[in-house]
Design a protein around this ligand. Structure first.
Ligand SMILES: [Zn+2]
Length: 151
């Protein structure tokens, strides 16, 4: 069975991301700052050209509500780039972040993967579990709680 063609839609600007471009995964600080985002997978432009400082103008403390960048010491947690969680090709990022990918136009691809044997089985098991949960929800789960389960 042919792999379905798909392009992830940016969580922030909603545009379909060109296949030649990398997808960036955003962390919970991005979600806190941009609560209307649909998912956490962003286009390069939104990921790299959105700017903020994590610190108050004094530079001595974080802004209120700041969610620390995972696994980074304070020296490396000071702006929007500090809160990028990695980047990769569409299919790789869909498999790494299946919950978000479901919200971002990758559902046909994930359903294909769930049926197939061409991916490491631990990934297939994970994708199947997420799809079961998705299908079992009566209504589309609200974005915040759906994504929080992935954190
Ligand atoms: Zn974007």
């Amino acid at each position: 069975m042919a792999v379905p063609k798909f392009r992830i839609s940016c969580c922030k600007c909603s545009r379909p991301i060109p296949l030649a471009q990398d997808i960036y995964a955003l962390d919970r600080e991005w979600q806190r700052r941009f609560p209307s985002m649909t998912g956490i997978l962003a286009c390069p432009r939104c990921a790299l050209e959105t700017a903020w400082s994590c610190e108050k103008p004094s530079g001595r403390e974080y802004v209120d509500g700041h969610i620390p960048a995972l696994g980074k010491p304070r020296m490396q947690d000071f702006d929007a780039w500090s809160h990028l969680r990695g980047k990769g090709a569409h299919n790789a990022m869909a498999l790494m972040h299946p919950r978000s990918a479901l919200l971002q136009a990758a559902e046909p691809y994930l359903r294909h993967v769930a049926q197939g044997k061409d991916v490491r089985s631990v990934i297939v098991v994970e994708v199947r579990a997420v799809l079961r949960e998705w299908d079992a929800a009566d209504a589309k789960p609200d974005r915040v709680s759906w994504l929080a389960a992935a954190a």
